[in-house]
Design a protein around this ligand. Sequence first.
Ligand code: SF4
Length: 292
Amino acid sequence: MKITIADKAGFCFGVERAENIVLSTIKNKKNKVYTFGPLIHNPIVVKKLKELGVFPVEEEDLQKLDKNSTIIIRSHGIEKKTLIKLEKMGFDIVDATCPFVKKAKESAKTLYEKNYNLIILGDINHPEVKGIHSYTDYNGVILKDTDELKTYLKEKNNRVGLVAQTTQSKELFEEFVSIMQEKATDICIFDTICNATSSRQLSAIKLAEKSDVIIVIGGFNSANTKRLVEICNKICKNVIWIEKTEDLELEQLDCYEKIGITAGASTPVKSIEETSQIIQNYYNGKVNKNDE
Ligand code: SF4
């Protein structure tokens, strides 16, 4: 049996930065510190922060909080109206929004201000997408697949602009671009998919091509992890999605020789190492480990 870990897997720059912002905030501030929503979509990290006294709060909790509290904006950002509300309520705000998410918001705002018919490729229910949309005053449409795009372009096919949720599939983004090039005129496109997302996707594709089974580690609510699962599913017949090492049922691996492990951008590297180690222990040394 051979275990291979994807060369790009686990914590990305934006998630690491957000975690460091929380740790330095609790060190330097005397008041109570909260995150607006979970800081990142990973239950292990959220649990660790709770143990340090940093709890996630939602909009409905705000009235109950001491107004001297510090609220940290999560890595995937919040809607403009929510930020204004937090400011008006007098909270001390620390912004841990990933710079790549901010760039996506600015790109959408630019297209809207230049009167493009704006398309946001993304998941309508994801907080990052809601945040991007809010910076265009909720103008433009959020589309999730090429069928929706083709239908939209029947109505509006001139001066069309495109941005994407930072964690979207690169492949789908490129399909959007080629359809727009074919069916629309005066188009303007900002590729706002972040490097961490695209490099993890490429690395997962390479790994899936040479594995009998792929284990993807990451929160079930993590958009970039879901995307890795979808990508691996297209290439490898056997994909196991777990949130944490303890969720892995080791006997499932009995029939495989080549095991690949990858993880979403919000998964601590420690979880990847633990998962690899637990497999090696279970098979009692009959495993070769390979880092890509
Ligand atoms: S996945 Fe990309 S956009 Fe999201 S937090 Fe990480 S670096 Fe930022």
